[in-house]
Design a protein around this ligand. Structure first.
Ligand SMILES: Cc1cc2nc3c(=O)[nH]c(=O)nc-3n(C[C@H](O)[C@H](O)[C@H](O)COP(=O)(O)O)c2cc1C
Length: 186
């Protein structure tokens, strides 16, 4: 009886160890990048937590020309953001490029919602790389709006990618919540 008990215990220990190992591998067998644009730091915080929680690389989509407070004034129809967002062909320049995009399987793309969708600089980003064979997962922060058609818009600009609908998160979303959400694609 003692022997049987010990054998069962050993088997259980192995099984648990194997399972834990398999789960760890599941989080790491795909290489992920978290690329984000953030005009006032909210999306940057979420992106940082996401990248750390899943062990992904982090890349800031920095505008070649930084957005000033006046640029971000949505009440002013002549502000830079209003003008850009009113023009679907607007493609604000990005200061630097992701090194070796080819190495990534999954690219999380984060941004603030501007006028119910992705900011134009995200459109620039989507047109700047070959996303063939990659899964692109949008995520956003906002005052209250959802992510809307951002994913669909991004898909149209990078037809070879598989762009998902994505999700809008509150600024306070925890690293654990982000990890749980992201693990579906890792
Ligand atoms: C030009 C502009 C347009 C915005 N449009 C929306 C909107 O349509 N819906 C919304 O809920 N929030 C909107 N916001 C608020 C931002 O989405 C929100 O503050 C976001 O968390 C800021 O992220 P960031 O700090 O990473 O730039 C807008 C902000 C700006 C500057």
């Amino acid at each position: 009886m003692k022997k049987l008990f010990s054998a069962v215990l050993t088997a259980l220990t192995f099984f648990t160890a194997f399972q834990t190992h398999a789960e760890e591998n599941k989080m790491s067998d795909k290489k992920a990048l978290v690329a984000y644009f953030s005009a006032s730091g909210v999306t940057a915080g979420v992106a940082d937590r996401l990248a750390k929680s899943v062990g992904a690389d982090l890349f800031e989509i920095k505008p070649a020309q930084i957005y000033t407070d006046a640029d971000l004034n949505w009440r002013d129809k002549q502000s830079r953001s209003s003008v850009e967002m009113n023009d679907r062909s607007s493609r604000p320049a990005i200061a630097s490029k992701v090194e070796n995009m080819a190495q990534y399987d999954v690219v999380f793309v984060g941004f603030p919602i501007w006028w119910y969708r992705e900011p134009s600089i995200i459109d620039t980003f989507m047109e700047s790389y070959d996303f063939a064979g990659k899964t692109v997962v949008p995520f956003a922060t906002s005052g209250s709006s959802g992510i809307g058609d951002s994913g669909k818009n991004m898909q149209a600009l990078a037809p070879k990618a598989k762009v998902l609908e994505g999700k809008r998160f509150p600024a306070s979303v925890s690293a654990d919540e982000l990890k749980k959400w992201a693990s579906e694609w890792l």
